[in-house]
Design a protein around this ligand. Structure first.
Ligand SMILES: Cc1cc2nc3c(=O)[nH]c(=O)nc-3n(C[C@H](O)[C@H](O)[C@H](O)COP(=O)(O)OP(=O)(O)OC[C@H]3O[C@@H](n4cnc5c(N)ncnc54)[C@H](O)[C@@H]3O)c2cc1C
Length: 488
């Protein structure tokens, strides 16, 4: 006999599990939820983040539905000037702690097993969990569903396993160690080598430049260049609705004009909707990272870019890329930004979210992972069978490349179409803070705001573009499913 009982057992108290639970509590006034998580605190990977990490999207539509971030104001200085604030990693961790301690646990309907690992289920469905430190095992009878909130398998530099080796004495650090360099001024490195082409590497580059390191002292191993979403087109609120809709319209036009994903991005770049650091290099990566024009301007100062693929070994004064090598200054500090964040290639565990008595939380609008989890909770409560729930929110892939992105865009658009035609979902979106436009449009409609005119013709534009979206999307789906290059 199990030692405890619950309705929903959620594996993972990261952003995704918390967003799911938060909406489930509101939508189902009777259910009981139990979390099991290996970390000591809620918030998942945000507990392991480098100190200068920040959200790359505005805080206004991140987290859980019921709680706003403090200080959702417009930045008045720095490279994000004029745009909505991005919570720092510390703020995100504090936010998720508040979600657990001030919202979920006080409901009296949530139990939280921290520092505890999910070990599996017995044949009768009873879940087994074990304390990470104590090893003590407990059993939980799950009355309704097991919720797997670990699909994204988030990997960050401080905890990932490096895929390269380094000779004795070579200094390799995670980005989180950079702010500690002031403690050993006599041993401060003269030169820096950033490893990796993703958003973490960009953050490290911006950090070094803002710390006063001369650009010529920074070398950057970029296996692939990336397209980046221009942050000024993904902003919340009335003042930015025009830009948001212009961005969506541009995506539709790009689908009609382009013959493949690469062409789609070239079209978007002409309107400034996507950015790249080096205008001479064709990006082979798109991981949905969001950046400001200010950050791009800073990063363009770093011109010593090494494009030889992924590093396999580092020795004093040289980087090795399989058979090839590249000289770097002796004594340089290597900054490991090669963790893959979330998986951008087709995943074995991908598929419908609702599977018998298990829910595997996945994106249904890429890249809005917490929004997707909250919507999934709404579907769980308000629809009776898994087939309907899955059909109302088909999973959308986290694609890896410009060539495969149209698949994600197609799935987003198809889901949005379904939701707009399902009145109870449309009503929920209209008040969901995690939906970038829903509450804004609701407020503007209530106020009779004339700026809503930007929506005129949007629905027709979607209908007209849909055949092109499907043409590109299906070709991209085939590419996505046959695999792709490594992710950073
Ligand atoms: C640096 C960085 C910045 C990002 N910025 C943004 C952003 O601005 N906007 C955005 O939308 N997304 C962003 N992302 C994407 C990010 O992955 C999500 O926002 C989100 O935090 C992922 O949450 P999660 O709950 O899926 O994963 P995690 O944070 O990894 O949480 C999963 C939890 O599950 C636990 N767990 C796993 N297996 C078990 C087990 N067997 N037993 C018990 N517990 C288990 C882990 O301990 C962990 O706490 C960012 C990602 C990174 C790495």
């Amino acid at each position: 006999m199990a030692s405890q009982e619950t309705d929903y057992l959620i594996i993972g108290a990261g952003a995704v599990g918390l967003a799911f639970a938060d909406t489930l509590l509101d939508e189902d006034p009777d259910c009981h939820i139990t979390f099991v998580d290996k970390h000591a605190k809620p918030g998942g990977h945000w507990n392991d983040a480098y100190s200068f990490v920040a959200l790359h999207q505005p805080s206004a539509f991140y987290g859980v539905n019921s709680m706003a971030f403090p200080g959702e104001q417009i930045d008045t200085h720095g490279p994000n000037q004029g745009l909505y604030a991005l919570a720092s990693g510390t703020e995100v961790s504090a936010y998720f702690e508040k979600v657990m301690n001030l919202r979920l646990l006080p409901s009296g309907r949530v139990a939280y097993h921290r520092l505890t690992e999910f070990k599996g289920r017995d044949a009768d469905g009873t879940a087994r969990i074990a304390g990470v430190l104590s090893g003590a095992e407990q059993t939980i009878a799950v009355r309704r569903k097991l919720v797997d909130a670990t699909f994204y398998q988030t990997s960050v530099p401080s905890t990932h396993k490096r895929a390269f080796s380094a000779a004795e004495g070579v200094r390799v650090v995670a980005p989180g160690e950079l702010p500690d360099l002031w403690k050993t001024p006599d041993n401060a490195p003269r030169d820096f080598v950033i490893l990796g082409g993703g958003k973490t590497a960009m953050d490290a580059g911006v950090w070094l430049l803002e710390a006063g390191v001369a650009p010529e002292r920074i070398h950057w191993v970029r296996p692939r260049d990336s397209w980046l979403t221009n942050r000024k087109f993904v902003q919340p609120g009335e003042d930015f609705l025009g830009a948001t809709i212009a961005n969506q319209m541009a995506h539709l036009e790009a689908c009609a004009a382009a013959s493949d994903g690469d062409g789609l991005f070239e079209h978007l770049e002409r309107g400034g909707y996507v950015l790249r650091i080096d205008p001479e290099v064709k990006p082979e990566m798109f991981h949905f990272a969001v950046i400001s024009e200010g950050e791009i301007a800073l990063l363009r100062q770093i011109t010593q870019v090494i494009r030889k693929g992924r590093v396999t070994h580092i020795e004093h004064g040289a980087l090795h890329f399989g058979g090839e090598s590249h000289a770097v200054p002796e004594g340089a500090l290597f900054i490991d930004c090669t963790a893959r964040a979330v998986p951008f290639t087709a995943e074995a565990n991908a598929g419908p979210q609702f599977r018998g008595d298990t829910i595997v939380l996945q994106p249904v609008h890429v890249p809005l992972v917490t929004f997707s989890a909250a919507l999934t909770a709404f579907l769980e409560v308000h629809y009776a069978d898994n087939a309907t729930r899955n059909q109302l929110a088909r999973t959308a892939p986290l694609t890896d490349r410009p060539a495969t992105f149209p698949y994600a865009f197609m799935m987003n658009l198809m889901n949005r179409g379904t939701w707009s035609q399902t009145p109870e979902i449309a009503a929920w979106l209209a008040k969901s803070r995690l939906d970038p436009t829903g509450p804004t449009i609701t407020r503007m409609m209530a106020a009779g705001d004339p700026r809503l005119a930007v929506l005129g013709g949007f629905r027709e534009a979607v209908m007209q573009a849909m055949p092109h979206v499907i043409r590109l999307g299906m070709a991209a789906k085939a590419l996505h499913e046959t695999g792709g290059p490594p992710t950073n």
